[in-house]
Design a protein around this ligand. Structure first.
Ligand code: GLV
Length: 321
Protein backbone atom coordinates (compact mmCIF):
# COMPACT_ATOMS: atom_id res chain seq x y z
CA UNK A 1 0.00 0.00 0.00
CA UNK A 2 1.23 3.53 -0.80
CA UNK A 3 2.32 5.62 2.12
CA UNK A 4 -0.10 8.41 3.10
CA UNK A 5 0.82 11.92 1.96
CA UNK A 6 1.37 14.77 4.37
CA UNK A 7 2.20 18.45 4.03
CA UNK A 8 4.32 20.26 6.64
CA UNK A 9 3.90 24.02 6.66
CA UNK A 10 7.36 24.94 7.98
CA UNK A 11 10.85 23.52 7.86
CA UNK A 12 11.21 21.15 10.83
CA UNK A 13 14.37 19.79 12.49
CA UNK A 14 15.99 16.85 10.74
CA UNK A 15 15.31 14.30 13.50
CA UNK A 16 11.58 14.99 13.30
CA UNK A 17 11.54 14.63 9.50
CA UNK A 18 13.57 11.41 9.63
CA UNK A 19 10.93 9.85 11.85
CA UNK A 20 8.01 11.03 9.69
CA UNK A 21 9.71 9.78 6.51
CA UNK A 22 9.32 6.20 7.68
CA UNK A 23 5.56 6.56 7.50
CA UNK A 24 4.71 9.22 4.95
CA UNK A 25 5.40 10.80 1.61
CA UNK A 26 6.29 14.30 2.74
CA UNK A 27 6.10 17.70 1.13
CA UNK A 28 7.38 20.55 3.27
CA UNK A 29 7.70 24.33 3.03
CA UNK A 30 11.46 24.78 3.17
CA UNK A 31 11.76 28.08 5.07
CA UNK A 32 12.32 28.26 8.81
CA UNK A 33 11.33 31.84 9.51
CA UNK A 34 8.93 32.65 6.69
CA UNK A 35 5.40 31.23 6.68
CA UNK A 36 4.18 29.35 3.65
CA UNK A 37 2.36 31.70 1.24
CA UNK A 38 -1.37 31.02 1.18
CA UNK A 39 -1.47 30.05 -2.52
CA UNK A 40 1.36 27.54 -2.03
CA UNK A 41 -0.41 26.05 0.98
CA UNK A 42 -3.73 25.74 -0.88
CA UNK A 43 -2.00 24.10 -3.83
CA UNK A 44 -0.22 21.60 -1.58
CA UNK A 45 -3.22 20.38 0.41
CA UNK A 46 -5.07 19.06 -2.66
CA UNK A 47 -4.18 15.40 -2.30
CA UNK A 48 -2.86 15.11 1.25
CA UNK A 49 -4.08 12.79 4.00
CA UNK A 50 -2.51 14.72 6.85
CA UNK A 51 -1.48 18.30 7.57
CA UNK A 52 1.23 19.35 10.04
CA UNK A 53 0.65 23.05 10.71
CA UNK A 54 1.55 25.90 13.03
CA UNK A 55 -0.48 28.65 14.65
CA UNK A 56 0.56 30.94 11.78
CA UNK A 57 -1.71 29.12 9.32
CA UNK A 58 -5.41 29.80 9.02
CA UNK A 59 -6.97 26.38 8.55
CA UNK A 60 -10.41 27.46 7.46
CA UNK A 61 -13.28 26.36 5.21
CA UNK A 62 -11.52 27.66 2.08
CA UNK A 63 -8.57 25.36 2.78
CA UNK A 64 -10.66 22.36 3.83
CA UNK A 65 -12.70 22.65 0.61
CA UNK A 66 -9.46 22.16 -1.29
CA UNK A 67 -8.37 19.07 0.71
CA UNK A 68 -10.94 16.31 0.09
CA UNK A 69 -8.67 13.50 1.35
CA UNK A 70 -7.63 15.20 4.58
CA UNK A 71 -8.07 13.06 7.69
CA UNK A 72 -6.03 14.89 10.31
CA UNK A 73 -4.92 18.43 11.07
CA UNK A 74 -2.04 18.26 13.53
CA UNK A 75 -1.41 21.72 14.98
CA UNK A 76 1.97 22.19 16.65
CA UNK A 77 0.63 24.43 19.44
CA UNK A 78 -1.62 24.05 22.43
CA UNK A 79 -3.90 26.84 21.17
CA UNK A 80 -5.91 25.95 18.09
CA UNK A 81 -7.91 29.09 17.40
CA UNK A 82 -6.27 29.11 13.95
CA UNK A 83 -8.23 25.96 13.01
CA UNK A 84 -11.93 25.95 12.18
CA UNK A 85 -12.70 22.91 14.31
CA UNK A 86 -16.43 22.93 13.48
CA UNK A 87 -15.72 22.78 9.73
CA UNK A 88 -13.20 19.98 10.33
CA UNK A 89 -15.73 18.05 12.39
CA UNK A 90 -18.36 18.29 9.63
CA UNK A 91 -15.86 16.53 7.36
CA UNK A 92 -14.77 13.96 9.97
CA UNK A 93 -11.30 15.45 10.04
CA UNK A 94 -9.53 14.96 13.36
CA UNK A 95 -7.84 18.01 14.88
CA UNK A 96 -4.98 17.57 17.35
CA UNK A 97 -2.86 19.99 19.38
CA UNK A 98 0.17 19.71 21.69
CA UNK A 99 -0.94 20.20 25.31
CA UNK A 100 1.08 19.10 28.33
CA UNK A 101 4.57 19.10 26.85
CA UNK A 102 4.77 22.91 26.86
CA UNK A 103 3.13 23.59 30.23
CA UNK A 104 6.20 24.14 32.41
CA UNK A 105 8.16 26.06 29.77
CA UNK A 106 5.26 28.44 29.14
CA UNK A 107 4.77 28.96 32.88
CA UNK A 108 8.52 29.73 33.15
CA UNK A 109 8.19 32.40 30.47
CA UNK A 110 5.03 33.85 32.01
CA UNK A 111 6.77 34.26 35.35
CA UNK A 112 9.86 35.64 33.60
CA UNK A 113 7.73 38.28 31.89
CA UNK A 114 6.03 39.15 35.18
CA UNK A 115 9.42 39.62 36.87
CA UNK A 116 10.92 41.48 33.93
CA UNK A 117 8.06 43.99 33.82
CA UNK A 118 7.94 44.35 37.63
CA UNK A 119 11.65 45.10 37.99
CA UNK A 120 12.02 47.08 34.72
CA UNK A 121 14.77 44.73 33.53
CA UNK A 122 14.70 45.64 29.83
CA UNK A 123 14.53 49.36 30.57
CA UNK A 124 17.35 49.12 33.13
CA UNK A 125 19.58 47.19 30.75
CA UNK A 126 19.01 49.76 27.98
CA UNK A 127 19.69 52.55 30.51
CA UNK A 128 23.13 51.08 31.14
CA UNK A 129 23.89 50.28 27.50
CA UNK A 130 22.85 53.76 26.38
CA UNK A 131 25.35 55.37 28.77
CA UNK A 132 22.83 56.84 31.21
CA UNK A 133 24.22 55.18 34.33
CA UNK A 134 26.11 57.97 36.11
CA UNK A 135 25.59 56.99 39.72
CA UNK A 136 23.58 54.84 42.15
CA UNK A 137 20.63 56.81 43.38
CA UNK A 138 17.83 56.05 45.84
CA UNK A 139 14.81 55.82 43.56
CA UNK A 140 16.56 55.10 40.27
CA UNK A 141 14.78 52.43 38.17
CA UNK A 142 12.68 51.27 41.09
CA UNK A 143 9.96 48.75 40.30
CA UNK A 144 7.30 46.69 42.04
CA UNK A 145 7.90 43.95 44.59
CA UNK A 146 7.01 40.46 43.49
CA UNK A 147 7.32 38.67 46.84
CA UNK A 148 4.23 39.04 48.97
CA UNK A 149 2.19 40.58 46.12
CA UNK A 150 -1.22 39.33 44.96
CA UNK A 151 -1.21 37.40 41.72
CA UNK A 152 -4.50 37.09 39.81
CA UNK A 153 -4.56 34.29 37.25
CA UNK A 154 -7.24 34.41 34.58
CA UNK A 155 -7.58 30.79 33.43
CA UNK A 156 -6.64 27.97 35.79
CA UNK A 157 -5.69 25.36 33.21
CA UNK A 158 -2.43 23.43 33.14
CA UNK A 159 -0.26 26.50 32.61
CA UNK A 160 -2.17 28.49 35.23
CA UNK A 161 -1.53 25.74 37.76
CA UNK A 162 2.15 25.59 36.85
CA UNK A 163 2.33 29.36 37.36
CA UNK A 164 0.89 28.92 40.87
CA UNK A 165 3.89 26.73 41.78
CA UNK A 166 6.32 29.45 40.72
CA UNK A 167 4.38 32.18 42.51
CA UNK A 168 4.30 30.12 45.73
CA UNK A 169 8.08 30.19 45.78
CA UNK A 170 7.85 34.00 45.92
CA UNK A 171 5.31 33.94 48.77
CA UNK A 172 2.63 35.46 46.56
CA UNK A 173 -1.01 35.54 47.55
CA UNK A 174 -2.80 33.81 44.66
CA UNK A 175 -6.34 34.31 43.39
CA UNK A 176 -7.80 33.01 40.14
CA UNK A 177 -10.76 33.28 37.82
CA UNK A 178 -11.96 30.43 35.64
CA UNK A 179 -15.14 29.57 33.74
CA UNK A 180 -15.81 26.95 36.41
CA UNK A 181 -14.43 27.42 39.92
CA UNK A 182 -12.16 24.52 40.95
CA UNK A 183 -12.68 23.96 44.71
CA UNK A 184 -10.41 20.91 44.81
CA UNK A 185 -7.54 22.84 43.24
CA UNK A 186 -8.17 25.67 45.69
CA UNK A 187 -7.58 23.27 48.57
CA UNK A 188 -4.66 21.51 46.91
CA UNK A 189 -2.84 24.68 45.81
CA UNK A 190 -3.92 27.11 48.54
CA UNK A 191 -5.52 29.60 46.16
CA UNK A 192 -8.88 31.38 46.09
CA UNK A 193 -11.52 31.95 43.41
CA UNK A 194 -12.66 35.47 42.48
CA UNK A 195 -15.11 36.78 39.93
CA UNK A 196 -13.27 38.69 37.20
CA UNK A 197 -13.98 42.18 38.56
CA UNK A 198 -12.81 41.31 42.07
CA UNK A 199 -9.68 39.67 40.67
CA UNK A 200 -8.86 42.80 38.66
CA UNK A 201 -9.41 45.06 41.69
CA UNK A 202 -7.36 42.99 44.15
CA UNK A 203 -4.38 41.88 42.03
CA UNK A 204 -0.92 43.42 41.85
CA UNK A 205 -0.19 41.18 38.85
CA UNK A 206 -2.81 39.87 36.45
CA UNK A 207 -1.72 36.99 34.19
CA UNK A 208 -3.92 35.95 31.27
CA UNK A 209 -3.80 32.23 30.55
CA UNK A 210 -7.12 31.36 28.93
CA UNK A 211 -7.48 29.80 25.48
CA UNK A 212 -8.68 32.19 22.78
CA UNK A 213 -12.19 31.98 21.37
CA UNK A 214 -14.44 34.73 20.01
CA UNK A 215 -16.16 34.76 23.45
CA UNK A 216 -13.04 36.23 25.07
CA UNK A 217 -12.26 38.79 22.34
CA UNK A 218 -11.25 42.01 24.16
CA UNK A 219 -12.15 40.51 27.53
CA UNK A 220 -9.74 43.06 28.97
CA UNK A 221 -10.71 46.53 27.72
CA UNK A 222 -10.98 50.06 29.07
CA UNK A 223 -13.51 49.19 31.79
CA UNK A 224 -11.51 46.20 33.07
CA UNK A 225 -8.21 48.11 33.03
CA UNK A 226 -9.80 50.95 34.99
CA UNK A 227 -10.65 48.48 37.78
CA UNK A 228 -6.99 47.50 38.21
CA UNK A 229 -4.61 49.11 40.71
CA UNK A 230 -2.51 51.98 39.40
CA UNK A 231 0.52 49.94 40.55
CA UNK A 232 -0.60 46.75 38.77
CA UNK A 233 1.11 44.85 35.96
CA UNK A 234 -0.78 42.96 33.23
CA UNK A 235 0.90 39.93 31.66
CA UNK A 236 -0.45 38.24 28.54
CA UNK A 237 1.09 35.00 27.29
CA UNK A 238 -2.16 33.58 25.86
CA UNK A 239 -3.46 35.30 22.72
CA UNK A 240 -3.34 38.96 21.74
CA UNK A 241 -7.04 39.27 20.88
CA UNK A 242 -7.99 38.85 24.56
CA UNK A 243 -6.75 42.38 25.33
CA UNK A 244 -7.94 45.55 23.63
CA UNK A 245 -4.54 46.96 22.66
CA UNK A 246 -5.59 50.57 22.19
CA UNK A 247 -7.29 50.56 25.62
CA UNK A 248 -4.12 49.02 27.07
CA UNK A 249 -1.96 51.67 25.43
CA UNK A 250 -4.09 54.44 26.94
CA UNK A 251 -4.08 52.79 30.37
CA UNK A 252 -0.29 52.45 30.36
CA UNK A 253 0.33 55.92 29.03
CA UNK A 254 -2.04 57.60 31.48
CA UNK A 255 -0.94 55.67 34.57
CA UNK A 256 -4.20 53.75 34.93
CA UNK A 257 -1.99 50.66 35.36
CA UNK A 258 1.74 50.58 36.00
CA UNK A 259 3.15 48.14 33.46
CA UNK A 260 2.62 45.23 31.12
CA UNK A 261 4.41 42.19 29.76
CA UNK A 262 3.20 40.98 26.38
CA UNK A 263 4.31 37.86 24.55
CA UNK A 264 1.33 37.96 22.18
CA UNK A 265 -0.38 40.55 19.99
CA UNK A 266 -3.64 40.82 18.13
CA UNK A 267 -1.75 40.90 14.85
CA UNK A 268 1.52 38.95 14.73
CA UNK A 269 4.22 39.85 14.01
CA UNK A 270 3.31 43.13 15.70
CA UNK A 271 4.02 46.13 13.49
CA UNK A 272 7.10 48.12 14.53
CA UNK A 273 5.06 51.31 14.57
CA UNK A 274 2.53 49.87 17.03
CA UNK A 275 1.99 52.48 19.79
CA UNK A 276 2.57 49.88 22.54
CA UNK A 277 6.17 49.53 21.37
CA UNK A 278 6.85 53.18 22.17
CA UNK A 279 6.19 52.78 25.92
CA UNK A 280 8.94 52.13 28.44
CA UNK A 281 6.56 50.41 30.85
CA UNK A 282 5.81 47.53 28.47
CA UNK A 283 8.03 44.51 27.94
CA UNK A 284 7.35 42.96 24.55
CA UNK A 285 8.35 39.52 23.28
CA UNK A 286 7.79 37.78 19.92
CA UNK A 287 5.46 34.95 21.05
CA UNK A 288 8.14 32.76 22.67
CA UNK A 289 6.12 31.21 25.51
CA UNK A 290 7.02 27.62 24.66
CA UNK A 291 10.35 28.40 23.01
CA UNK A 292 12.88 26.17 24.76
CA UNK A 293 14.82 23.73 22.57
CA UNK A 294 13.54 20.69 24.47
CA UNK A 295 9.93 21.79 24.51
CA UNK A 296 9.76 22.76 20.86
CA UNK A 297 11.23 19.36 19.95
CA UNK A 298 8.68 17.64 22.19
CA UNK A 299 5.86 19.61 20.57
CA UNK A 300 7.06 18.64 17.09
CA UNK A 301 7.33 15.02 18.21
CA UNK A 302 3.83 14.98 19.68
CA UNK A 303 2.41 16.62 16.56
CA UNK A 304 4.20 13.97 14.46
CA UNK A 305 2.97 11.11 16.61
CA UNK A 306 -0.62 12.33 16.29
CA UNK A 307 -0.24 12.15 12.51
CA UNK A 308 1.31 8.69 12.67
CA UNK A 309 -1.42 7.33 14.94
CA UNK A 310 -4.38 8.70 13.01
CA UNK A 311 -3.04 7.75 9.59
CA UNK A 312 -2.37 4.20 10.85
CA UNK A 313 -6.01 3.92 11.87
CA UNK A 314 -5.40 4.44 15.60
CA UNK A 315 -6.78 6.99 18.04
CA UNK A 316 -4.98 10.37 18.22
CA UNK A 317 -2.94 11.02 21.38
CA UNK A 318 -4.16 14.55 21.97
CA UNK A 319 -7.34 15.37 20.04
CA UNK A 320 -8.89 18.75 20.75
CA UNK A 321 -12.16 18.37 22.59
C1 GLV B 1 1.46 28.85 21.55
O1 GLV B 1 1.01 29.95 21.67
C2 GLV B 1 0.66 27.67 21.64
O2 GLV B 1 -0.57 27.78 21.61
O3 GLV B 1 1.23 26.58 21.73
Amino acid sequence: MDKPKIYITRKLPKEIINNLEEYFIISMWQEEDVPVPRDVLLENVKDIDGLFCLLTEDINKELLDKAPNLKIISNMAVGYNNVDVEEAKKRNIIVTNTPGVLTETTADLTFTLLMTAARRIVEASSYLNEGNWKTWSPMQLTGQDIHGATLGIIGLGRIGEALVKRAKGFDMNIIYNNREPKPEKERELGIQYRDLNSLLKESDFVCILIPYSPNVYHLIGEKELSMMKSTAVLVNTARGGIVNESALYNALKNGVIWGAGLDVFEKEPVSLDHPLLTLKNVVTLPHIGSASINTRLKMAELASNNLIKVLSGEEPITPVS
